[in-house]
Each structure stands twice: as structure tokens, then as C-alpha cells.
Design a protein around this ligand. Structure first.
Ligand code: PXL
Length: 269
């Protein structure tokens, strides 16, 4: 038995049955960062083996509330993140839970789109995230589509647009924004932006051609969450996460004929 201090992180997320994204990515990333993970499961995503159509099977709100009670009533957490929330009712429950337990290090990953679908999946849930969760977030981790939606901008096409969107999201109440452009601008660089309301920091990394990036957004956000749980600043967490992602993407691998996954353990190889 160990007496070392154990840091804990909670994810409120869906299960990606294929193992690369969702709560599976979150829990693997917590573990790789030496943080004990707990999970309140919101839905199950089951991919059809013939065509990889993502079927979303929601869990009922009472079941989700029971899980939150287990975790927060008995175990607690040093940081938390959200993943696929899927309904306005669930977003309301998450907002209420953050207030009730006065949760610290609240990371909101506003999962509104899945790779390849350039449209907001559940408009009511997205609107509720904008209204109820931005202002409760210590850190928001949107991709470009999500950031444009949250900031009411038509599209984000360059770094200036990223800064503008981050500015609006902070004005709307988030303490900090870590925005992931990934490969969206073309070119040979992956660009991330960190804004804490005072200073814009740009993080540039070589774009890893042909990487399997399924689950990369969840992994990024979970790595930030784990490091906030350990008491790192957002800036320190971002440095660690940049390194973690570079390795996880460089070492990504195919899992089936429809795609692959990031290598969560690559940082220790
Ligand atoms: O990467 C977004 C995402 C989040 N959560 C779950 C998912 C996916 C994408 O497939 O399945 C559960």
C-alpha cells in the first residue's frame, strides 16, 4: 500500500467502443499521467462494423446523476473534464453539479462535432454549453469549429481569427482557452493557441503527416485535465500536453480498416 498523494480526475463523457476517443481516451490519458481517473458515462457510441456509422446510445439522466453522486459524494476529484454531453438536460446537470460540489479545475471540452462531420451534432446541447458551461470553465478546449460556434463567428481561418474567438470565449466567462487547430490550416505546422485573458501564446509543432488523429481532441483535453489535477499551471500543463500529443500522434496506429488511434503510452517509449 502506498501513502503517496494520489491525484484524481473525473471525466463526464461517452464511451467510444472503438477505444480511441471518448472516456476510453480520457481514462488512458489520466493513467499515463499518473492520475487516478473516474468516469460518469453519458452515452455509448457503437460503430457499425460494415460502414463505421457512429450510433449514439444515450444513458438516461438518472443513471448519469447516480454516477456523479458516487464520484463526488464519496471520492472527489482534483480536476474534471467533460466530453460528449449530448442533451441540454445533461448540460444543465453538469452545470448544477459543478456549483453544488464547488468543483475546481473545470475543463470543458465542448464536444459538438465528430471527425468528418462539420456540423454541430445536437444544437440544443451546444447552445446550453455556450450559455451554462463557458462561464463555469477554468479551461475550454474547443477545436476550430467549436470555437467559431462558441464565439458566434462564421469561421476560423487563421491565427488572428483564433485570437478573436478566444477573446470572445473569455469575455463570455471562461478563465482560459486552449484552442486546437490541428491540421486545419494546411501547411506543415499544427497550431494551438492558449489565452488566459491577458496573453496569447501560440504553440507550433511539426504536422505529423498521415497520423491517425481519432481521439486526439479528447486526449489533448484529458492531458490538460490530468496535469491541472496535479497542481500544474495551465501554461505548464500546455507544455506537457504538447509533448504528449506529439508522441501520441507520431506513434499512432491503425486499429481496423476504418481508421486508427493515438498511442497514449508513446511518451514513455
Ligand atoms: O472525438 C469525439 C468523440 C467524443 N466522445 C465519444 C466519441 C467521439 C468520436 O468518435 O465516440 C464517445
Amino acid at each position: 500500500m502506498s501513502n503517496l498523494k494520489i491525484y484524481k480526475a473525473m471525466t463526464i463523457a461517452g464511451s467510444d467502443t472503438s477505444g480511441g476517443a471518448g472516456m476510453e481516451a480520457d481514462m488512458k490519458t489520466f493513467e499515463e499521467n499518473q492520475v487516478y481517473g473516474t468516469c460518469a458515462l453519458t452515452c455509448i457510441v457503437a460503430q457499425h462494423p460494415e460502414d463505421w456509422f457512429h450510433e449514439i446510445i444515450p444513458l438516461d439522466i438518472v443513471t448519469i446523476e447516480k454516477q456523479l453522486n458516487t464520484i463526488l459524494g464519496a471520492i472527489g476529484c482534483d480536476a474534471m473534464k467533460t466530453g460528449m454531453l449530448g442533451s441540454a438536460e445533461l448540460v444543465e446537470l453538469v452545470a448544477h453539479t459543478i456549483d453544488k460540489y464547488e468543483l475546481k479545475n473545470v475543463v470543458i471540452d465542448p464536444v459538438m462535432v465528430c471527425k468528418g462531420i462539420d456540423a454541430i451534432m445536437v444544437p440544443e446541447a451546444a447552445a446550453a454549453i455556450k450559455e451554462l458551461l463557458i462561464k463555469r470553465a477554468d479551461l475550454m478546449t474547443p477545436n476550430l469549429l467549436e470555437a467559431a460556434y462558441l464565439a458566434d463567428l462564421p469561421a476560423i481561418k487563421n491565427i488572428d481569427d483564433m485570437k478573436e474567438a478566444a477573446g470572445v470565449i473569455v469575455e463570455r466567462g471562461a478563465k482560459c482557452v486552449a484552442m486546437k487547430a490541428g491540421d486545419r490550416f494546411g501547411g506543415d505546422k499544427a497550431i494551438d493557441l492558449l489565452y488566459d485573458g491577458k496573453e496569447f501564446k501560440i504553440f507550433e509543432a511539426p504536422l505529423i503527416k498521415g497520423a491517425y488523429n481519432h481521439g486526439a481532441g479528447c486526449t489533448f483535453s484529458a492531458c490538460m485535465t490530468a496535469n491541472l489535477a496535479k497542481g500544474k499551471t495551465v501554461g505548464e500543463a500546455m507544455e506537457i500536453t504538447q509533448n504528449f500529443m506529439q508522441k501520441a500522434l507520431s506513434g499512432s496506429f491503425p486499429i481496423c480498416k476504418f481508421g486508427g488511434a493515438t498511442r497514449h503510452w508513446a511518451h514513455r517509449e
